[in-house]
Design a binder for this molecule. Structure first.
Ligand code: G3P
Length: 220
């Protein structure tokens, strides 16, 4: 499984990329608003993210009609060679995905909450599909079970293009562990969760004992 970083924060991207584990970035309007982003700076910001990231960067189209989404998608794709256009799973989004995929513009279909939505996204030509986990948990449903169903269903068929499943709306190390065990291709993870993934109390304890023992070796 690959790790994507789910953020619009340039400092987080720079820091996490330096760890050598980030294979891509996903953003959305909420994440851009969270860092105080301004509409006028959006394209420049996406370009900066693309420069910092050695891998695909999903940038969301916010239009609601296929014409708007296609126009936005073409504009976004022109910003950098590693842009992936993120489009919500809905009828107009499917139609726009088909049109953009026909122009070799990669699409990440987002806000995916069911197996039929995921299969339709794949049939429309999506290169990535993002089933959301945490938002099911928010309504007391099992987001990981839904993700597992999508992973299994999409793996059962051949599509005209390669399709990767991005476990999204990831809130915890447990979500990441289970996504890996069920064979999700990618988990897109907020910076705070990614940082926690590398930490373990037994690693800290091991480090402390090595340090103490090394002092004894030096003193002897
Ligand atoms: O990748 C999708 C993600 O940004 C949504 O996460 O926590 O808002 O459900 P969340």
């Amino acid at each position: 499984m690959k790790f994507f970083l789910d953020t619009a924060d340039l400092n987080e991207i720079e820091e996490a990329c330096s760890w050598g584990v980030v294979a891509g970035v996903t953003t959305n309007p909420t994440l851009y608003a969270k860092i105080g982003g301004k509409l006028a700076d959006f394209n420049t910001h996406i370009q900066r993210i693309c420069e910092l990231t050695d891998g695909p960067v999903s940038a969301e189209a916010v239009g609601t009609t296929r014409e708007e989404i296609i126009r936005e998608g073409e504009e976004l794709a022109a910003l950098a060679p590693n842009v992936v256009v993120k489009i919500p799973t809905m009828i107009e989004g499917l139609a726009a995905t088909k049109a953009l995929a026909a122009k070799d513009i990669p699409v990440n279909m987002t806000l995916c909450f069911s197996v039929p939505q995921a299969i339709m996204a794949a049939r429309a030509g999506a290169a990535y599909i993002s089933p959301f986990v945490g938002r099911f948990d928010d309504i007391s449903e099992d987001g990981l079970a839904q993700l597992e169903d999508v992973v299994a269903a999409v793996a059962s068929y051949d599509f005209d293009q390669s399709v990767e499943i991005i476990a999204a709306s990831i809130r915890s190390a447990h979500h990441v562990t289970q996504s890996a065990l069920m064979g999700a291709d990618i988990a897109t993870v907020p910076f705070g969760v990614l940082k926690k993934l590398v930490e373990h109390p037994l690693t800290d304890r091991g480090l402390a004992s090595f340090e103490a023992d090394w002092k004894k070796v030096v003193q002897a």
